[in-house]
Write a protein that binds this ligand. Sequence first.
Ligand code: MN
Length: 231
Amino acid sequence: MTNYAFSPAAVPAVEIRGTDALFPVRRIFCVGRNYADHAREMGNDPDREPPFFFTKPGDSIVANGATIPFPTATQNLHHEAELVIAIGLGGADIAPADAAGHIFGYAAGNDLTRRDLQSQAKAARRPWDMAKGFDNSAVIGAIAPAAEIGHPEHAALTAHVDGDLRQSSDIDQMIWPVADIIAYLSGLVTLCPGDLIMTGTPAGVGQILPGQTCMVEIAGIGTAAVTLGPA
Ligand code: MN
C-alpha cells in the first residue's frame, strides 16, 4: 500500500438511476454560452463564438435534494439549469459520429454561479474559477443510463425557485449539441471515464436567496434540487 502522509480524499460520486452502483466522478467540465437566448441576456453575440469551457472541482458535487450552506463571498448567487453528460468511455479527438459511444448517461444539473464575482472577473479579465468552482457549486441529479433512455435530442428543461418558473427551454436549443461538445472538448483534453460535462444554460438565469429551493428538471432524464441554507 502507498504510504500517504494522510488519508486521500474519498472519490466523489453520483447516483445512477435504477441501480445501487455509483458513478465515480473524475472532472467536471462546463460549456459557456451554449444557448443563444442566454448568450444574448449576458450581452454576447451567440453566432460568433465557438464553444468554450471552464471547470469545477470534482468534489464540488451536490446530490439531488441536498441542503447546502449559503456560499460565502457572494451577494448574487445564480441558478443555471443544464443537461449533464456523464462520460463512460474515455478518448481523445472523438469524432461527432462516435460521441454517443462514449456517453454513460445523462443527468439534470445546476451550475451554481457567484454572478457578482463572475462580473468582476470578466471586467478585470481574470479567471472565473472562484465564480464557478466553489464548494458545493455543481448540483447533479441521478444519472439516467443511456442504456435505458438512449440519447435524447429533445427534452424540456426547466428551473423553478420556490415553485416559480424561472427557466424554460429544451435541450434541442443548444448551439453546440452533445456530439459536437464531446468532439470539441476531446480535442482539448483527453476525456476519461467519470468526467461530467455541464452543457450550458438557457435564458432566465437569476438569483437564489438564502432559504430558497431551486429545482432543475429535464423531462425523461431527471431532477436536481438544492436548498440554500441561511446567509
Ligand atoms: Mn453554466
